[in-house]
Design a protein around this ligand. Sequence first.
Ligand code: NAP
Ligand code: G4F
Length: 389
Amino acid sequence: MKKAIITGITGQDGAYLAQLLLEKGYIVYGTYRRTSSVNFWRIQELGIDQNPHLHLIEYDLTDLSASIRLLQNSKATEVYNLAAQSFVAVSFDQPVTTAEITGLGPVNLLEAIRIVNPKIRYYQASTSEMFGKVQAIPQIEDTPFYPRSPYGVAKLYAHWMTINYRESYGIFASSGILFNHESPLRGLEFVTRKITDGVAKIKLGKLETLELGNLDAKRDWGFAKDYVEGMWRMLQANEPDTFVLATNRTETVRDFVLMAFKGAGIEVEFRGAGVNETAVVASVTQDLAFTQDPALTQNSALTPALSRGERELRMEERGHKMGERELKVGQVVMRVNPKFYRPAEVELLIGNPAKAKAKLGWEPKTTLEQLCQMMVEADMKYNQKGISF
Ligand code: NAP
Ligand code: G4F
């Protein structure tokens, strides 16, 4: 059986990649950090936490000796380095920690490979943040880099070290330049999940207004589960290389807000500009597409329309109890709070994954609309159960 190490198993990609490799018959060594309260909710959500082929190992990427022991003890032949301080906003407040984990950390693993077994294949989780102030549209593998955050700078160092170890020591070290990828397992601090969680809370009457920063930023958002497949393909290729994984479509944060509210049956209109911009409720359909219960769909052709009282009763039976605050047309459900602005912003990302398609046979399978709907539905369920990860 093939053995692989995944650093950062408690993160979004770590969980999906572990699921994929277990399905492919691997023995997986997933690393997590010692903290006062370790949280395995993602691998629990995917139902893989008790898999006998998954071994959880305490490990910190900043420790060279731990990296050496990790490789020696596991005898893995593939290493997927997903561990990082990955939140761009925090990297402005903690630039040194970010450099140590996200920049230098991967060098510990590359050195450990060089020392323990140079035949081990290595995947580095590089990022479209390295393109920063973009020098070409769309971005491809050869587009010049111009990072705009301490996180982007740290990742760029690790990216070049990956290439350097490939060229200097012949190590099979591949770098995946991945554009933003999201899912119901995304951390709540990232904008898409913050929005879908906020929309769910607003729909359920648990929150009045969502506060966001720069609504004009454009991102190329894909589904994380599609992207981990690309990581695996990179390590099965004949040669190590650098690949962009992206969807070749870009939308603004504002577009995603609109889409998420729509997914919850709420039409919003944007008013004002800059720090004064808001989204207000234009109409509410009570049409909970995510319940997949035609009886709750007001305009369902299959069932007679229910009266409002009947519909609320039916929703309560299904656990969709309406919150105390009912949504009203004209209610402000989103406003800008400048505290979420960044000292330097990446305004536009859009990637062309043509090389990955040609050489790896990889392409994204999930549309942004499908992704957004999936996240809204998951957050409705989490919030109905009263859990918020
Ligand atoms: P994530 O959810 O933030 O997960 C990061 C993981 O790294 C967590 O398991 C975290 O552990 C772990 N970690 C942090 N510091 C560590 C340390 N010192 N030692 C060991 N583990 C450490 O990130 P993600 O979205 O899954 O992304 C996976 C990787 O891809 C990251 O390297 C990220 O920078 C990169 N990336 C992500 C995207 C994206 O859109 N998601 C795009 C391009 C690149 P804790 O749970 O203990 O914090
Ligand atoms: O969701 P974000 O925090 O993701 P960001 O900064 O693009 O970084 C993510 O993607 C990178 C790949 O390009 C990864 F390498 C990185 O690890 C991470 O996964 O922010 C997206 C955009 C930004 O322009 C931000 O300014 O959304 C804007 N935004 C507007 N309001 C907000 C908010 N971002 C956050 N997190 N929270 C807000 O309230």
